[in-house]
Design a binder for this molecule. Structure first.
Ligand code: PRP
Length: 218
């Protein structure tokens, strides 16, 4: 495959995509088409640089990159940990910073301390499982929810939740708090394993430029 092949980016829809596009602009990678918010198009092209961009649901980004439908992806570390796909994680982009935490009402603190058999609601069952089984060696019952996970302890479905905490205001407004911190999170750039070898001459200089740009922020 020659130089004419498009390099394809899969971006997690929403704030992450916007921040990624801003960062890419700073190293001269632009995509005017994608800025038109009234457009219903799904795939956007920069003919001059031979780049393609598409916006996908965050949890699907590692899948597109794993199969090579996208060479490069930008997604939250939470999704990478949860999906566990074989892709190269090449860069911490520094934005989208938040924390993965065990949260609940204050009274659940004791249950955590004494390694009781508890119920845990989460959108991230794999992260929850890894934390409780492999790190804490505590047997728990994990219940997968798809959002508004804070409801779990509030309607007595679970004792705690494993969820993302950014500002902490969702927890506060619902009478919950951070009980344990699992890990920090932020947006990451990922690359397909084959693309990384085949298009190293295009991908590596781009990563180096991004790194350099991110260094300036420090
Ligand atoms: C996320 C997360 C928390 C909230 C944390 O939910 O699941 O509920 O944001 O943010 P905060 O600490 O700044 O309040 P999201 O908005 O993605 O919706 P969801 O509940 O449907 O997952």
């Amino acid at each position: 495959m020659g130089e004419d092949r498009y390099l394809t980016f899969a971006l997690g829809k929403g704030r992450l995509a916007n921040q990624t596009l801003e960062l890419l602009e700073r190293i001269g990678i632009t995509c005017e088409e994608i800025k038109d918010k009234s457009s219903r198009k799904l795939v956007f092209v920069n003919e001059e640089l031979k780049l393609k961009f598409f916006l996908a649901k965050g949890p699907d980004v590692p899948t597109y990159v794993e199969y090579g439908a996208a060479d490069i992806g930008v997604v939250g570390k939470d999704t990478l940990l949860e999906e566990g796909k074989p892709v190269y994680e090449v860069l911490d982009l520094g934005f989208g910073k938040c924390r993965m935490c065990v949260c609940g009402p204050k009274k659940s603190e004791e249950l955590l301390k004494h390694h009781e058999m508890i119920r845990v609601c989460s959108k991230y069952p794999n992260i929850a499982k890894d934390y409780f089984y492999n790190k804490k060696h505590q047997t728990v019952d994990i219940i997968k929810l798809n959002g508004s996970v804070e409801l779990g302890p509030m309607v007595e479905l679970s004792d705690v939740i494993v969820d993302i905490v950014e500002t902490g205001s969702t927890l506060k407004e619902n009478g919950l708090e951070v009980l344990e911190e699992i890990c920090p999170l932020s947006a990451r750039m990922i690359v397909n394993q084959v693309s990384m070898q085949m298009y190293a001459h295009r991908i590596k200089p781009m990563i180096a430029k991004l790194k350099n740009e991110l260094e300036k922020e420090k």
